[in-house]
Design a protein around this ligand. Structure first.
Ligand SMILES: CC(C)(COP(=O)(O)OP(=O)(O)OC[C@H]1O[C@@H](n2cnc3c(N)ncnc32)[C@H](O)[C@@H]1OP(=O)(O)O)[C@@H](O)C(=O)NCCC(=O)NCCS
Length: 157
């Protein structure tokens, strides 16, 4: 398996993100509320580094194949694992788990962060399975929305 590289997406390259997410279906999987056609301003607002959002492009064999982000949560000790996406050709081979684990490690580098949360949908069982493998557990459901979380221990850093 090619080693996965997380390249910090700064300044935010939404042109590459638009190309990566592809069609409307891909965009809606990564963010159900995303505007279509792809709205660069919406993504810049959602991932504003001045508000503590951090974005990474995921590379395999030198090619951009995915995206992931860490965003502030509702409380200071919480980070949201957000906007996870892998290109269809590289799904279902364990890269999703590797990506989530790499983001968990990044969150562990931030002082005072002790909990990670994420939001997914009940119609996305592959994503739920991937997050369960990474130690997340469901703590709330609202309609199709599934909210998952895991603790962040010092062993994760
Ligand atoms: C979600 C995503 C990041 C997961 O990455 P991935 O590389 O596909 O995931 P992994 O291979 O690490 O793990 C997927 C697991 O789900 C399982 N799976 C696949 N399809 C499934 C299905 N329909 N139902 C249940 N489990 C399924 C796989 O078998 C695997 O589990 P296993 O290792 O126990 O066999 C990736 O699929 C993706 O980007 N999807 C499109 C965008 C998206 O849905 N983003 C998440 C928004 S919350």
């Amino acid at each position: 398996m090619d080693p996965m590289v997380l390249r910090r997406n700064r300044p935010l390259d939404t042109v590459t993100m638009r190309r990566l997410f592809g069609d409307r279906t891909g965009l809606r999987l990564v963010w159900p509320d995303a505007a279509w056609p792809f709205d660069h301003r919406q993504w810049h607002a959602a991932l504003d580094p001045d508000r503590g959002h951090r974005s990474w492009l995921i590379e395999l064999g030198g090619a951009v194949v995915g995206h992931g982000a860490l965003r502030p949560g509702a409380e200071p000790g919480i980070r949201m694992v957000s906007f996870l996406y892998l290109a269809p050709a590289v799904r279902d081979r364990g890269h999703g788990l590797a990506m989530v684990e790499a983001l968990v490690a990044r969150a562990g580098e931030e002082p005072g962060v002790d909990r990670l949360q994420l939001r997914t949908r009940d119609y996305n069982p592959r994503a739920i399975r991937c997050y369960e493998k990474a130690g997340f557990r469901v703590f709330a459901r609202e309609g199709t929305l599934v909210r998952m979380e895991r603790a962040l221990s010092s062993n994760d850093t």
